[in-house]
Design a protein around this ligand. Structure first.
Ligand code: MN
Length: 703
């Protein structure tokens, strides 16, 4: 092909392109890459030509196409950015420069947050280069078979982790699907082949089925004189794989591996067509989505409905206008073609995502946190729900009710019990019901648990829970530390007059103030022997010696016990060797950073530990803390898989100990009795409320 032929093929795609500039660029590129071959053995210039073709399909203007032709020149040939500037002007030269710099960044040590930050800094200045990078990546993926297997995997992984989500985020669906399928083929060849085979094997059957829907639809549309185009298509291999993974099923159990698409002339026709579809087949109301009225953040617009088709199979039907379809296939690129001519500020306004990232970059100084945010923001942003006040909350896919509560308000998250949505009660770890109005259920006695951290997806919820846990742990450590300190003073018969000055304590244990001393002591970060050694100088020395003797002769019987209970709950760790329960006679050992490890008094493991390192403990009496309050719950539920497990989890979330359970299942009903030991009545109340939110529970009674 001559440069003239290539220019013509681009102009065939987009007649507005500048022929002269394309031929000039192409001659320059042919000369620059002269003698270079690709790994496939083809002349190198084939690659930039493919990139330029993709850019033309994306309706990019001539300058972007020229930059696409030139994108590897600075990196791979003797020419510099300066020379490109002289030949083609500043705009094209700067685009080439940015693309080159991004390649340099990505060749760097590893894909750190810093890398992404730099990448986005360039992108926000010149968004067009995303199109060049994606076109470049697409052609590289198409010729991946010529590279070594390790390179194939590494490049595919980067494509799947970064470029495909980026394409999705920008609404470039045709890019996204193609990149995903190409990458998946190299990353998981067996699965890829299995799905591909299945699709081929069942293609006749599927064609027939698609026809059984398209045929009556066409007749209906003709009768009603609605002009539209109806197509059926199979879903992409990687999307099918993702569906199999999320639903945990085999490919022949997936009903929606294809979709029907209706392309209408105008928006009102879309809704009319929807009416006809629902006329022919019953829709599943819960699956209807109106992305025309409420577009996705990437501007995707369409109506989605799932109908009960022939043979009772579920079929997804997408209805949209031609314009909307262009946007879905080629993304905002179609829009961009015009918007690129806008000023930078106007462009940023239109590219909400890039400007959001720019802001976050300034607000989040820590690289790891920034990377977290970035991954979050690159995930398909498909989850959203409404507050009762009508505010739309958008969250990453897989976000839970807890994430939603924290997104509304931190306090709401900290006291969240569950939610009510679409007439159902949802647990805190349930995924948010997309598009529904979610009313958070809260209680002042509810509080976060360590297990919450694994239930949330968003950085905000993670950070708020961690902050609360840290703060509460500190408070509890100070309380426990004070108790241990008081007990040691008492055991050594040190009176208030004799007791060491705070300043001496801080100096001896290298802490800023007395409360951090208590905190460290309570957390178990200061060994008991050190406290003992330090205090010896303030005590009656003969007593100190006699205490050691006492240990040897009488064990710990002479010691004043430390009372423990609800106020130290985060610092109480029940040893797995002897499984003590609140109320059992117990002793403890301090564990660094964790507080007290509780053992039964007669535990063999405990008795191997020197007496001076042990703490005598006493459970707070019921009057003090209602500790070990026995409680019997009666639960009535509809039988379903794993309901017992969910009931246990609801109880375990509140640190209560289950002592005995009886479950009976009869005619689809479950009757259960759970005996448990709780710290106080507030905790029992919390357990009761949590149980109410378990799916299938009909009634909970506290006996
Ligand atoms: Mn390239």
């Amino acid at each position: 092909m001559t440069p003239e032929d290539i220019a013509q093929s681009l102009i065939d795609i987009n007649p507005k392109l500048d022929r002269e500039l394309i031929i000039k660029t192409l001659n320059f590129v042919i000369d620059a890459h002269k003698g270079q071959l690709r790994k496939s053995g083809q002349p190198y210039v084939v690659h930039p030509t493919n990139v330029a073709k993709t850019l033309a399909e994306l309706k990019m203007d001539t300058t972007v196409i020229a930059a696409g032709f030139l994108h590897d020149v600075v990196e791979d040939t003797k020419y510099s950015t300066e020379e490109i500037r002289e030949a083609f002007g500043t705009e094209i030269a700067e685009m080439v420069d940015s693309v080159t710099k991004i390649s340099d960044i990505q060749k760097g040590i590893d894909r750190t947050a810093e890398t992404f930050k730099k990448f986005l800094a360039y992108v926000s200045k010149r968004p067009q280069i995303i199109a060049i990078k994606l076109a470049d990546r697409l052609d590289n993926m198409h010729t991946l078979q010529y590279l070594a297997p390790e390179r194939q995997k590494a490049i595919s992984k980067e494509t799947l982790d970064f470029y495909a989500p980026l394409a999705h985020r920008l609404g470039l669906y045709s890019f996204k699907f193609e990149l995903e399928d190409l990458a998946f083929k190299y990353l998981n060849p067996d699965e890829y082949a299995a799905i591909e085979n299945h699709l081929q094997f069942t293609s006749k059957e599927r064609e027939d089925y698609i026809q059984s829907i398209i045929f009556p639809l066409n007749i209906k549309m003709n009768l009603e004189q609605l002009d539209c185009d109806i197509k059926g298509r199979s879903k992409h291999i990687y999307s099918i794989y993702e569906k199999m993974k999320t639903r945990g099923c085999k490919i022949d159990e997936l009903y929606d591996i294809f979709a029907i698409r209706i392309i209408a002339n105008q928006i009102t026709d879309c809704y009319v067509a929807l009416g006809y579809v629902h006329n022919l087949w019953m829709p599943l109301y819960s699956r209807f989505k109106d992305y025309i009225a409420i577009p996705k953040p990437n501007l995707y617009q369409s109506l989605h409905t799932t109908i009960i088709g022939p043979q009772g199979k579920l079929v997804e039907v997408q209805i949209r206008t031609k314009d909307m379809n262009e946007t879905a296939e080629y993304g905002m690129a179609a829009h961009w073609a015009y918007k690129f001519n806008l000023k930078k500020e106007e462009l940023e306004k239109n590219m909400d995502w890039v400007s959001k990232i720019n802001r976050m970059q300034k607000e989040i100084p820590n690289s790891t946190e920034f990377l977290g945010f970035l991954h979050e923001s690159l995930l398909p942003e498909d989850s959203y729900a409404w507050t009762p006040q009508g505010k739309k909350i958008t969250l990453p896919l897989g976000a839970t009710i807890l994430d939603f509560a924290f997104a509304v308000h931190t306090d709401l998250g900290l006291h969240c019990l569950g939610a009510r949505a679409a007439g159902k009660v949802l647990t805190i770890d349930a995924p948010i019901p997309i598009g529904e109005t979610v009313q958070i259920l809260q209680s002042n006695s509810q509080e976060p648990q360590e297990t919450w951290l694994s239930m949330v997806k968003t950085q905000k919820a993670q950070a708020s829970i961690k902050h609360w846990l840290r703060k509460t742990l500190t408070t509890q450590s100070v309380v426990l530390g004070q108790k241990i300190w008081q007990k040691e003073l008492q055991n050594l018969k040190i009176s208030n007059v004799n007791s060491p000055l705070n300043s001496d304590i801080c100096k001896a244990f290298k802490v800023q103030n007395i409360s951090s001393f208590y905190e460290n002591l309570g957390k178990g970060d200061i060994p008991l022997e050190e406290i003992f050694t330090f205090l010896k100088q303030y005590s009656d020395s003969s007593y100190a010696w006699s205490k050691l003797k006492l240990f040897n002769v009488f064990g710990s019987s002479e010691e004043t016990p430390i009372s423990i209970g609800y106020n130290e709950r985060f610092l109480l760790n029940y040893a797995s060797c002897c499984n003590p329960l609140p109320g059992d006679p117990v002793e403890g050992i301090l564990k660094s950073g964790k507080g007290i490890e509780i053992h039964k008094e007669d535990c063999k493991i405990l008795n191997k530990i020197p007496q001076e390192q042990r703490l005598t403990l006493q459970w707070e009496t019921p009057e003090q803390a209602e500790l070990g309050q026995k409680c019997v719950l009666r639960v009535e539920a509809t039988d379903r898989v794993a309901i017992e497990k969910d009931i246990f989890n609801a109880i375990a979330r509140h640190n209560a100990l289950v002592k005995k359970t009886i479950f009976e299942s009869k005619e689809g009903r479950v009757n259960g009795r759970v005996d448990l030991l709780a710290f106080n009545s507030a905790q029992i109340k919390n357990i009761e409320q949590s149980l109410q939110t378990v799916a299938g529970i009909r009634k909970v009674t506290v006996l």
